[in-house]
Write a protein that binds this ligand. Structure first.
Ligand code: NCD
Length: 323
């Protein structure tokens, strides 16, 4: 039987493939957040917590990754599970002999309990989840599409700071056209009332108009701005992103727009406020001045990364039904 991968989660995450933030709703997110809290407490209290013992998770990464790959790997291992790891299967697996991705997925679904896949082509994770495999699929990023697990950790980060995900004013900056983390996170914030998002990007990299229209229908307020002077002073978070060089066909175009918007101490001084947080999914390539790193509001090298591991731990346990 083919699995319906766009199936809403409705609070029951067990055995679901995680492909898009669109599958979630506030109740399911609450389930995830309370599981994160539970896991954190268990680990801090007892140190050892191994609900994933005797489970195997496959990591199949067709695109480069440092954080997502290692945080999934460490999340599995810290919960007592094992991993089958393929970074760059195009060189290290039978794909090099011409095996189709469908066959590769069938193979790993026989060897493991869960498959985590990253692929440069938008829609691949969805396709994988539609194969009717006996193992669920978690997308770790599909081209310029979505990056659901990054958005889940980012939502948890915002939630744990402000105690809510409604009535939030936030700023997204950088590559909003190709940046998949932004696509997923905006979809998640659109579930909650009275959120207002400012989108700062070069005109060439603005959010795809179809997506913007779809999101606006949910009631979220979106304001596109093209100048740093138009950043309002009351944002609770700034979410900066790099311009995605690898998505450009013409590198001259990339050179034209890269680092148009850079966070500097001056910008934070002028447009920030004391309570805000500064986030970035990483890697950064010049769009945040390193002098910002020691600012207590900057959490991209600390809390945001730590939340990535806890969020993935919780998601893995829920999908595998092991809590
Ligand atoms: C992002 C990604 O891969 O989409 N990184 C990540 O997973 N933390 C962001 C990026 O590559 O710019």
């Amino acid at each position: 039987m083919k699995k319906d991968c766009s199936k809403k989660i409705n609070g029951e995450i067990k055995n679901k493939s995680i492909i898009s933030l669109e599958q979630f709703d506030p109740k399911s997110l609450q389930t995830l957040f309370s599981t994160i809290e539970k896991i954190k407490k268990r680990i801090h209290k007892k140190g050892n917590f191994t609900p994933l013992l005797r489970t195997v998770t496959t990591l199949l990464f067709f695109e480069p990754s440092s954080r997502t790959f290692s945080s999934f790997s460490v999340a599995v291992k810290r919960l007592g599970g094992s991993t089958l790891e393929y970074q760059n299967p195009l060189q290290t697996s039978s794909v090099v002999k011409g095996e189709t991705i469908e066959d590769t997925l069938h193979v790993f679904s026989n060897y493991s309990d869960l498959i985590i896949i990253r692929h440069p082509e938008k829609g691949t994770a969805q396709k994988a989840a539609s194969l009717g495999l006996k193992t669920p699929i978690i997308s770790a990023g599909d081209g310029i599409g979505e990056h659901p697990t990054q958005a889940l950790m980012d939502m948890y980060t915002i939630y744990s700071h402000f105690g809510k995900l409604n009535n939030i004013c936030g700023l997204f900056a950088g590559d909003l056209l190709y940046g998949r983390t932004v696509h997923s996170l905006i979809k998640g914030l659109a579930f909650y009332p009275n959120n207002h998002l400012y989108l700062l990007s070069p005109k060439e990299l603005r959010l795809e108009p179809g997506l913007k229209k779809e999101l606006s229908k949910s009631g979220i307020k979106i304001t596109e701005i093209y100048d740093e002077n138009d950043i309002p002073n009351n944002c609770q978070f700034w979410y900066w992103t790099r311009v995605q060089k690898e998505r450009f066909n013409d590198l001259k175009q990339y050179e034209k727009v890269k680092n148009r918007f850079v966070i500097t101490p001056r910008l934070v001084q002028k447009k920030g406020n004391n309570k805000m947080i500064i986030m970035h999914p990483l890697p950064r390539v010049g769009e945040i001045d390193t002098r910002i790193d020691s600012d207590p509001r900057a959490i991209y090298l600390t809390e945001q990364l730590q939340n990535g591991v806890y969020t993935r731990m919780a998601l893995l346990s829920l999908v595998l039904g092991k809590l």
